[in-house]
Design a binder for this molecule. Structure first.
Ligand code: MG
Ligand code: MG
Length: 266
């Protein structure tokens, strides 16, 4: 059953979502060639706990990281570890927190130094997919309007849209109904109304849409090993314009000062 949120609950989800955004801002200050993904995970966990919250992913179905860190051909759910980030990588980083009983969820794909032109375009188009999806998240539209806006934009660019993983409702739980697929038909599915809080999160592949799970039981990667990008915001459906509860502004401010990041997506 879908739980529609009160204004007060939405403010609490905003607080959690902004803490996720600020945590990703801390990641953005520190991401560079040579840093191990576990080091980014540690600083994120410390920042979240210093701000009176707990990491939302840690312990979730046994996941042991604060961040999901998924470089290059990894789509989502990459486990932080000893892998070092390299010049030319793209790195999708997903983070959730739990504060005051409510979750926030947000993800961003970073470009480390110079990346090739095809991958740069993938990041831009995936980010545009997120914005186009958010644009449709207004009262009276349907979930299918969000899904089809994302799918059409990605496929028009020649990319594969991941089907196996989807956006979701959230609030007192990290994942709640409804599912928010990145593919679908406009006009179909749940009619949107005020109080619906969802994470919209296109996962778009440079190559084919197919993905598989690594033997670690978590990491999802593209079957053809071509790169994949992922951007995610937590939003509340409103009458005229979706209320974006998370933010990329902390990331973007930090990237302006990070000499290893040449790409700021705005
Ligand atoms: Mg997420
Ligand atoms: Mg999510």
């Amino acid at each position: 059953m879908i739980e529609y949120k009160s204004e007060q609950e939405i403010e609490l989800i905003r607080e959690s979502s902004l803490l996720v955004a600020k945590t990703l801002g801390e990641v953005a200050k520190n991401i560079r060639p040579g840093i191990k993904t576990i080091e980014l995970d540690k600083l994120a966990e410390e920042f979240i706990r210093d701000n009176g919250a707990v990491p939302g992913f840690k312990g979730y179905h046994g996941f042991n990281g604060t961040l999901c860190i998924s470089p290059n051909e990894q789509v989502v759910h990459g486990i932080p570890g000893d892998r070092e980030i390299k010049e030319g990588d793209i790195v999708s980083i997903d983070c959730g927190v739990l504060k005051n009983g409510f979750y926030g969820d947000c993800a961003y794909t970073f470009a480390i130094g110079e990346i090739d032109e095809a991958t740069r375009r993938l990041l831009h188009v995936t980010y545009q997919c997120l914005l186009l999806g958010i644009e449709k998240a207004v009262e009276g539209n349907t979930l299918g309007d969000i899904s089809s806006a994302i799918q059409e934009h990605a496929e028009k660019a020649g990319y594969g849209v991941v089907r196996e993983l989807v956006g979701h409702g959230l609030g007192r739980n990290l994942h709640e109904p409804p599912e928010v697929p990145n593919y679908g038909k406009s006009g179909k599915g749940l009619r949107l109304r005020q109080g619906l809080v969802i994470a919209i999160e296109p996962m778009i592949n440079l190559g084919k849409r197919f993905v598989m799970q690594e033997k670690d039981g978590w990491t999802i990667r593209t079957s053809d090993r071509k790169p994949s990008a992922h951007y995610e915001h937590t939003i509340a459906v409103c009458k005229d314009k979706a209320d974006v509860l998370s933010s990329f502004s902390y990331i973007q401010e930090a990237l302006k000062l990070n000499k290893y990041n040449t790409l700021i997506i705005e």
